[in-house]
Design a protein around this ligand. Structure first.
Ligand SMILES: *Cc1c(COP(=O)(O)O)cnc(C)c1O
Length: 374
């Protein structure tokens, strides 16, 4: 029996009739670009998240880029972000000519370290070379950051929060969902994310409805009231109608899938051996469980033993951003962010998706257990 890391085939088998019907409808009406499914999806996403408006876009990376463009971020502006993240979080800052300030992460939640963040904001303010403007936290592996504390810190320093929720759509803090935890939230619908389409896709969730119009203009080359008016610099950031159709079908079962992810995480918590560290639970926070990542001091050995047993794993992320060749000049080098650097050596993601069979779950747990048995 195969044991996939992410199982999109089983999901398609479950949803085939609805997905096929919705894609066929797009082929029949022919509105491939910004067709009616795009508007329908945006309405359903904002109802799901409980925010004022949602603007869909071509990828999670575009969602981050367009959010920064909305806030007019560019040269001379500092953006604070965790180093332990996917490259896109740092990339968009540099694309706009702004300055990334890499922050270390908490060793237990893997999310941005508030004490270190406050320290770096003060340091950047004192140095006076670039102007602190944005905090871009990342809800790593699906766990929302403590936005109550983060929004307060941002307000204290006059900064804006743009949440990188590429991995956490579906998560929540108390009864508030991701998409309505920060003024601006960016997510991704890349196939392997908790809610994924069949290609690239993303969305921006906003609490201030007046920002929707500007974002929709940025999404189409800075278009004004007339089609060939160019009133600002924009991008081609549209979500394909076919991808919106796929997402509409998947949104119907998303809550059910989130429950299955939570159930699987709880079973891992209970059954994995003490030789590995399971992810920290945060009271009141609901993860979307994009990944279930454990820590193990003999990570590479564990990974190769699991591979030999036919258990796929993945490493997110093998190198923190401040040590990446493309970004190293913007950081403070090796040893400067010790938690991020240690996590990159100890982290290991196990198979996590709503369709993992009992048999495969038992196999993953038994293989981890056997890896360090005497
Ligand atoms: C996936 C991801 C992105 C980028 O999303 P794409 O849709 O692949 O462009 C950005 N940030 C984080 C943390 C991600 O995991």
């Amino acid at each position: 029996m195969s044991l996939p890391f992410v199982d999109l085939k089983s999901q398609y088998t479950r949803l085939k009739a609805d997905i096929d019907r919705r894609i066929q409808a797009v082929l029949d009406h022919g509105g491939y670009v910004l067709g009616p499914e795009v508007t329908e999806l945006e309405k359903k996403l904002s109802a799901f998240a409980g925010c004022a408006d949602v603007v869909s876009c071509a990828s999670g990376t575009d969602a981050l880029l367009m959010a920064l463009m909305l806030e007019n971020i560019g040269r001379g502006d500092a953006v604070f972000l965790p180093s332990f993240t996917f490259t896109a979080t740092a990339e968009v800052v540099l694309l706009l000519g702004a300055t990334p300030v890499f922050v270390d992460v908490d060793p237990f939640t893997f999310n941005i370290d508030f004490a270190h963040l406050a320290h770096l904001i003060a340091e950047t303010e004192r140095a006076g070379k670039v102007r602190p403007r944005i905090i871009m936290p990342v809800d790593l592996f699906g766990l929302p950051v403590d936005y109550t504390a983060l929004n307060a810190l941002a307000e204290k320093h006059g900064l804006k929060v743009i949440a990188d929720a590429a991995q956490s759509f579906g998560g929540a803090l108390g009864n508030k969902k991701v998409g309505n935890l920060a003024p601006i939230t960016a997510t991704s619908f890349y196939p392997a994310k908790p809610l994924g389409c069949y290609g690239d896709g993303g969305a921006i969730f906003i609490q201030d409805p007046s920002k929707g119009e500007v974002l929709r203009s940025i999404r189409v080359h800075g278009q004004g009231a007339q089609r060939y008016d160019v009133v600002r610099i924009g991008v081609n950031g549209r979500l394909d109608t076919i991808q919106a159709a796929v997402l509409l079908a998947k949104l119907e079962v998303f809550d059910d899938e989130l429950r299955a992810r939570e159930h699987l995480a709880s079973r891992y918590d209970a059954q994995l051996p003490k030789s590995v560290t399971t992810p920290r639970r945060v009271a009141g926070a609901q993860s979307a469980w994009a990944q279930y990542s454990i820590l193990c001091s003999r990570r590479d050995e564990l990974q190769s033993k699991l591979k030999a047993q036919g258990v796929p794993t993945a490493i997110y992320y093998p190198l923190p951003m401040h040590l990446q060749p493309a970004y190293i000049e913007h950081g403070k080098g090796k040893g400067s962010l010790p938690v991020s650097e240690r996590l990159s050596k100890e982290i290991l993601a196990l198979p996590m998706h709503p369709y993992l069979s009992d048999e495969n779950f038992e196999k993953v747990c038994a293989s981890v257990e056997a890896a360090f048995a005497a």
